[in-house]
Design a protein around this ligand. Structure first.
Ligand code: SAM
Length: 272
């Protein structure tokens, strides 16, 4: 079959952008380039694999898991069902964290990414701040495997180990960053998320705050005098988080930032 015929076939079942992305990935091209090859014939084996992948997406599997990678902050991160698919909002968390680090610190910083999943946050920070010492921890052994693979692929050095948030962590950090699970148990979420992404990466107790509470319980033992804590939060959690922060610290600066959709999705806590 030709590229064009395969695309026509796929578009009967899935969105045309997904059809293009999927085929481009299999042919190692970028989606725009495909248009120059519409009449080229595609090897049978690849055509069959393509149809299988189209079927998987039609059945409700996320494109990123089918392809096995996702672009995050300009890098390709490997993903599978053991890790959350990195989201655009989290790129905004990284972007803003880099700005705060630039403003608050000079020289080498020590960073810990709590609940590191694929490693997207911590490894991106390491790439942008080569002098930084970066630790990645997660409670899921299979997520840790994936983040180690990503560190290897991207040729980035980080200490990657298993911990229930701060339980196995020793020492103090300048920057603590986390995008922990924050969905309320039983909350309605999209089927494609609920049916495919790891429960451990999504849910955090009846109020969705269990992970933040756990992090803040131990945080004071693990931050230097001058520190930055950067957190992704659910869109209705600002007030709850501010309370947890005020119960933990006497005097700190708290900035709540909105994402591009103007929802309160990030909190930065620091002292100057
Ligand atoms: C929302 S995902 C975030 C993954 C990745 N950092 C990202 O931004 O895409 C939360 C991660 O926290 C991990 N996690 C859940 N409970 C944890 C715990 N008690 N201690 C450490 N990590 C935990 C999950 O395994 C998952 O990888």
């Amino acid at each position: 079959m030709t590229v064009d015929e395969l695309l026509v076939h796929a578009q009967k079942y899935i969105h045309k952008d997904q059809a293009k992305l999927l085929l481009a990935d299999l042919l190692n091209k970028n989606p725009l380039e495909l248009l120059n090859f519409l009449n080229s014939s595609v090897d049978n084996e690849i055509a069959n694999e393509y149809k299988k992948r189209v079927e998987a997406i039609k059945e409700g599997k996320p494109l990123q898991y089918v392809i096995g990678n996702v672009n995050f902050y300009g890098n390709k991160f490997l993903v599978n069902e053991d890790v959350l698919i990195p989201r655009f909002e989290t790129e905004e968390l990284v972007e803003n964290t880099l700005k705060y680090i630039d403003k608050l610190f000079e020289g080498k910083v020590k960073i810990i990414d709590l609940g590191s999943g694929s490693g997207n946050i911590g490894l991106t920070l390491k790439q942008k701040l080569p002098n930084a010492e970066v630790d990645l921890i997660d409670i899921s052994p299979s997520a840790l495997e994936m983040s180690k693979k990503n560190a290897e692929e991207l040729k980035l050095e980080a200490n990657i180990y298993k911990s229930d948030f701060f339980d196995q962590v020793e020492g103090k950090y300048d920057v603590v960053i986390s995008n922990p699970p924050y969905i309320k148990d039983g909350e309605e979420i999209e089927d494609i998320v609920k049916n495919n992404e790891p429960e451990l990466a999504l849910f955090a107790g009846v109020d969705g705050l269990d992970c933040y509470k756990k992090i803040f319980k131990d945080i004071k033992e693990h931050i230097n005098d001058k520190f930055l804590i950067a957190l992704e939060i659910g869109k209705d959690q600002k007030e709850d988080l501010i309370k947890i922060i005020n119960d933990t610290f006497d005097k700190v600066r708290i900035d709540v930032l909105q994402d591009l959709s103007e929802r309160d999705r990030m909190i930065f806590i620091y002292n100057e």
